[in-house]
Write a protein that binds this ligand. Sequence first.
Ligand SMILES: Nc1ncnc2c1ncn2[C@@H]1O[C@H](COP(=O)(O)OP(=O)(O)OP(=O)(O)O)[C@@H](O)[C@H]1O
Ligand SMILES: [Mg+2]
Length: 265
Amino acid sequence: MAQIVIEDLAIEYKKPNSDARFMAVEGISYSIEKGAFVTIVGASGCGKSSLLMALAGLIPLARGSVTIDGKTVIGPGSDRAVVFQDASLLPWRSVLGNVSFGLEMQRYGGGDLKERAMHYIDKVGLTRFADYHPHQLSGGMRQRVNIARALAVDPEVLLMDEPFGALDAQTREVMGDDLLDIWERDKKTALFVTHSIDEAIFLADEVLVMGKDPGHVKDIVKIDLPRPRTNDMYDSEQFNEYRKILRNHLAKDMADMRMQTVAEA
Ligand SMILES: Nc1ncnc2c1ncn2[C@@H]1O[C@H](COP(=O)(O)OP(=O)(O)OP(=O)(O)O)[C@@H](O)[C@H]1O
Ligand SMILES: [Mg+2]
């Protein structure tokens, strides 16, 4: 049975400098199995972040519904954790302090809070840095802290909006490997927005391709690569086939966007 059910979802925003509203996302219906890893790709502005925010319960829906484990999402909840691209850590708190923070916020009462925080810091490979402050860490390390913070509250669903977007390609690949290791142990349902086609394929059971104006589901590409995923898969024929499918989808969007810019000019 599906864990997350999105039905006829629409998201509306107010246009800047006017009272007019516009549909950012419309008619999205999509279901996700418990424990699945879904990546989301699509042109800039197609509503990927909006979709994640709706799942997080952080923005109102103009229409439709989102249910998780049979419960309608009406606001944020401890069953979901979000990692944003530019997620900031509390600068005055150490790594341990930052990971503990989420648990404190939830009034975590299940045993030793520090022990639990350290467990997740260890999972993301930062044990030696537990006493460091954010400014003493690299961008990749800071994002690891964010992921540890999200995992520590033991959410059912992990929502990640370009969590590796600011990282260099190499660090990004390592972080992807690490995230999959953690995910394979915990099997949280994961939704992961990315602009990288390779990342989208490598991580996913399924790639949700979104189109824009307004944001909608354009295609769902099942990724039938075995797990655990290994780096040699990037060179496989199968991987290349997925690459072609996704590039094709995204190239069309880019072309449309260029036409639009020319028309508007
Ligand atoms: N708070 C807001 N108020 C008004 N419009 C918004 C707001 N947030 C997003 N939008 C608009 O909604 C549309 C979808 O934005 P969204 O951020 O969800 O896209 P995205 O797919 O995440 O893009 P990107 O890849 O650039 O992050 C865009 O047209 C954007 O300008
Ligand atoms: Mg976005």
